[in-house]
Design a protein around this ligand. Sequence first.
Ligand code: BGC
Length: 415
Amino acid sequence: MKFKLHALAAATTLAMTPVSQAADVEVLHWWTSGGEAASVQFLKQQLEGKNVGWTDFAVAGGGGESAMTVLKSRAISGNPPTAAQIKGPSIQEWGELGFLASIDDVANAADWDNLLPSVVSDVMKYNGEYVAAPVNVHRVNWLWANPAVFQKAGATIPTTWDDFMLQAQKLKDAGFVALAHGGQAWQDATVFEAVVLGVGGADYYQKAFVEGDMAALNSDTTVEVFETFGKLRQYIDANSPGRDWNVATSMVINGEAGMQIMGDWAKGEFKVAGKNVGTDYVCVAAPGTSGSFTFNVDSFAFFTQSDDAKSAAQGVMADAILSTEFQEVFNLNKGSIPARLSMDRAEFDSCAHDSMDAFIASSQTGGLVPSFAHGMAVSEAVAGAIYDTATNFFNSSDSAEQGAKQLVAAIAAAQ
Ligand code: BGC
């Protein structure tokens, strides 16, 4: 016990000591689109201002699948980065493997338990100690629309899935791509997730896609979900396979497409393109999901270091991430809302205000659910099963019954 206390005291002193010598952090992330790069640039600048150098370890690929593959090979070879963008239950998985460093001293000194909602702080801890720092809260269930395109097509922005099909048909008949989409597994899963929430509601979502409840999965609702999801096949264009998400966003920006279903990182692209919310683009909850919120919290987990200066640099990075300045500027660029509570809202736009309001309201009604498409809800194995089923179905002419059957079998095998 005595030894443990000594070790703790030493670690505390270490992390709180200002970094006098230049210590670098090597940071793995997948933020390579215009809006994402602007966001990560701000973190880099903040650290450089605190005498911590930045070695960029960017692995392109929206949703982060490639980044996670590269991270695993680096960790297995005994050379993990200082910090990596790791989210949700994966933080626990890395903790269990013994890779993560506690930043509890920094977190306790700044009182993170009171600065963060528990839905966020719980995920950042392994064995009761903070091992990761949250940068934001993304809402995934958004629909982005170009109002000029809607006007030209005589269409209105849909708020239910039935209406979505009607309006999408009008856009298509007027010669527009109705739904800008990138045919990559994670994007298929992102749209599928919005359909699950809109068609099935938050209770069904929670039971079937968070708890893996077989009775909920084996229901008519799942067939209805696949029916709606399947109808979307006709509203995407032939060039969608392999397209990056930000290229799909640019189709909405430049008026080639009417809508995109994507998390609010899409807003970062509108911002970089100099577009204004309300006039150039509109954000509304994905059809049927206005009272709900699929949350996706980006966070950096810290890997155990043998070099004390590097551990100290981790402490500086963790501390900087929770500062009000960082939480504001980073999230203005990223399209998300701050993870830190009680932040000033003045600089944020109406989409962010909607998101802030929906986050609070949905947490009181049971509508706040973790995003399975973005690594917040289930293990990697179960998420992989959902990704595969959603993608295979979307790229086939399978019936809704076949899709539902395959989903149930894939989840049962993975959990
Ligand atoms: C991440 C976002 C990122 C998006 C697209 C999501 O999984 O949480 O931060 O912008 O993928 O790359």
